[in-house]
Design a protein around this ligand. Structure first.
Ligand SMILES: Nc1nc2c(ncn2[C@@H]2O[C@H](COP(=O)(O)OP(=O)(O)OP(=O)(O)O)[C@@H](O)[C@H]2O)c(=O)[nH]1
Ligand SMILES: [Mg+2]
Length: 327
């Protein structure tokens, strides 16, 4: 393995490992190819990247042929969360209550037929929720799993008013798994060559205002409480919605970092959103590439630090830190 690989290349390689669709993988590989140092020592790697690109091109062509068309939701905000569940379970109602966006809601199944994005605010962060048609053994749109697969987080919606709520959850998980998407409550396995993609998920039991609600919530907790984080809400009464917003944000594993120009107040109305575990260097790159390159040092304010503590590029930031960059 050549040792003189650039940070840009390493970054692209990380993106590649994270990518789950052929399209995302292609974009990352192209980035790897354009940032790899071009010399004899990397020739084998270059050839390997080109070979993978050719294979992916084939894969994309095959998929498009099979689907006939592709459906895609443009990403917006700090994270993309897909909402899945059986027909009529209350998915659209839940998204409408969390986001304030009007969606098609009806007392009959298979109401939602296209993906509908809706922005949900959690404190000062905007998170994109995606309403989807139902997941069911009877019929599931072929493109649903594809959208779930590239989202950052999945919410499994369970109708607490339904007699067969538990069977419905099992069905949702099985149908998605048959499409090579496995929902997990813990840390997903991000092995890039795995045939099944694991996605982080949490479970929301909705319609808790209905008479069977408490019993079903208890049964659900007994059966799935060890496997998934479980919340109980009602789109009708608003119960549990604030908690749900907070848990969705927390499960996305994001942090907010605020920039403070030297001799000025911190810009507290405009967080930069980064993945948990991000360093000062990651933050500086997000603010401006000049900062990333020329950064001399920085100061941080936040929980567990001395006010204005001096930090280095590899310092790991936390949610709500305020950072002053010096170049
Ligand atoms: N009592 C009560 N009824 C609800 C609640 N949420 C949704 N409903 C009702 O449940 C029915 C289905 O709601 P939708 O939001 O359309 O469900 P969906 O899961 O999006 O349905 P599909 O798009 O067909 O899969 C509607 O009659 C809603 O009014 C709730 O929290 N409490
Ligand atoms: Mg719907």
């Amino acid at each position: 393995m050549p040792t003189n690989l650039t940070p840009e290349f390493r970054h692209a390689e990380q993106e590649y490992k994270r990518a789950s669709t052929p399209e995302e993988k292609t974009a990352a590989l192209k980035q790897m190819l354009s940032t790899i140092p071009k010399h004899k020592g990397t020739e084998k790697m270059q050839a390997d990247i080109k070979r993978r690109l050719a294979k992916l091109k084939d894969e994309i062509r095959q998929q498009t042929k099979k689907r006939g068309f592709s459906i895609h939701v443009d990403r917006e905000g700090a994270g993309q969360v897909t909402i899945v569940g059986p027909p009529n379970s209350g998915k659209s109602s839940l998204i409408a209550s969390l986001s304030g966006v009007e969606l098609e809601i009806a007392a009959y199944p298979f109401t939602t037929q296209c993906p509908h994005p809706a922005m949900m605010a959690f404190e000062d962060v905007q998170i994109q929720l995606v309403d989807l048609p139902p997941v069911s053994r009877l019929h599931t749109e072929s493109w649903v799993a594809g959208i779930v697969r590239i989202s950052d987080l999945v919410v499994i919606v369970v109708d607490l008013g339904a007699d067969d709520a538990l069977e419905q959850v099992e069905e949702t998980l099985e149908v998605l798994e048959a499409s090579k998407v496995r929902l997990v409550g813990g840390e997903p396995n991000s092995e890039p060559w795995a045939s099944i993609v694991e996605k982080p998920a949490l479970m929301i039991g909705t319609k808790c205002d209905l008479s069977g609600g408490p019993d079903n919530a208890a049964a659900l907790s007994e059966l799935y409480g060890d496997r998934f984080e479980l919340l109980t809400v009602s789109a009708e009464t608003g119960e549990g919605l604030d908690e749900a917003r907070r848990h969705v944000f927390q499960r996305l594993k994001l942090i907010r970092v605020y920039s403070k120009p030297p001799h000025h107040e911190a810009e507290l109305d405009r967080p930069y959103v980064l993945a948990e575990g991000s360093s000062l260097q990651d933050f500086a790159s997000l603010v401006h590439k000049d900062f990333a390159e020329k950064l001399k040092f920085a100061r941080v304010w936040g929980e567990g630090k001395y006010d204005g503590q001096r930090i280095n590029r590899d310092f790991v930031l936390s949610d709500r830190d305020v950072v002053e960059l010096h170049i």
